[in-house]
Design a protein around this ligand. Structure first.
Ligand code: SAM
Length: 254
């Protein structure tokens, strides 16, 4: 077929048989590939296709709609940065909200902060939570912290119902802006985050790659400069299995 995939899984390459190739209009003309040892899970939730496979060099891999969300080998590079950058930038964060992040890895990192008293998470897709608990216990361990309250639902709707000034930090661990996460990159969503934050509070959002998505980043920066009256900064880290090998975070304070 025209995207170079086989019939057994739409995401296994027929060009490189036995390899997963990450093909998306968000990175046209390139496709990072990983050798597949075994497909462990394939399902379709109300929101997306969910797949887990055992790779030969990166451990188990979680894929949503054909896009790698995490691998066991390099997930730490992402989860630690998106969580500790905001939480180490303010004294004694107490109430933290995670939007997305259904795998539980960001929860695991947030729970390392002893000042934190309450960790709310709003993930749209309960299949992601269940699959992570089954296949990625070292990531989903974040759910075992008694401070964690899981809400299954749309993060946009959840934030609209949050009382103003509730959180010290909001962490948006979203997938890419195609599908259910699209609104998580738009200005009204950032407005709701600013409203939900306590004065002096911080937000950290998944903000894509400078090599591939400068137009998306420029729009996020422009929106955030209008909304957040404290600092507005872009941070980044290296994650070999994300497209272009790096990913950024938008870090803003009220
Ligand atoms: N670290 C990953 C990356 O950058 O590729 C993202 C991982 S995390 C698994 C992304 C999660 O955001 C997914 O589980 C997805 O279901 C969730 N998500 C997408 N749209 C959402 C929304 N509108 N509200 C809440 N969660 C959402």
């Amino acid at each position: 077929n025209d995207n170079g995939c086989t019939n057994e899984s739409p995401y296994i390459s027929s060009v490189l048989p036995g390899w997963f190739s990450e093909i998306s209009p968000l990175w046209p003309g390139e496709a990072h590939s990983l050798k597949v040892e075994k497909i462990l899970f394939q399902g379709k939730s109300d929101y997306q296709n969910v797949m887990v496979f055992q790779s030969s060099t990166y451990g188990k891999v979680l894929v949503l709609d054909g896009v790698i969300q995490l691998t066991e080998r390099d997930e730490c590079a992402y989860q630690e940065m998106i969580a500790h950058l905001p939480l180490c930038s303010i004294p004694n964060p107490k109430k933290v909200l995670v939007i997305g992040g259904g795998d539980g890895g960001v929860l695991r990192e947030v729970s390392r902060h002893s000042s934190v008293e309450q960790i709310d998470i709003c993930e749209i897709d309960k299949m992601v939570v269940e699959v992570s608990k089954q296949f990625f216990p070292d990531v989903a361990v974040g759910y075992e912290d008694p401070r964690v309250n899981l809400h299954i639902g749309d993060g946009v709707a959840f934030l609209k119902n949050v009382a103003a000034g509730t959180y010290d930090a909001v962490i948006v661990d979203s997938s890419d802006p195609i599908g259910p996460a699209q609104e998580l990159f738009e200005k009204p969503f950032f407005d709701s985050i600013a409203r939900a934050l306590h004065p002096g509070g911080v937000v950290s959002t998944q903000a894509e790659s400078i090599w591939l998505h400068m137009h998306i980043i420029e729009e996020i920066v422009a929106n955030c400069r209008q909304i957040f009256k404290g600092s507005v900064n872009y941070a980044w880290t290296t994650v070999p299995t994300y497209p272009s090998g790096m990913i950024g975070f938008m870090l803003c304070s009220t």
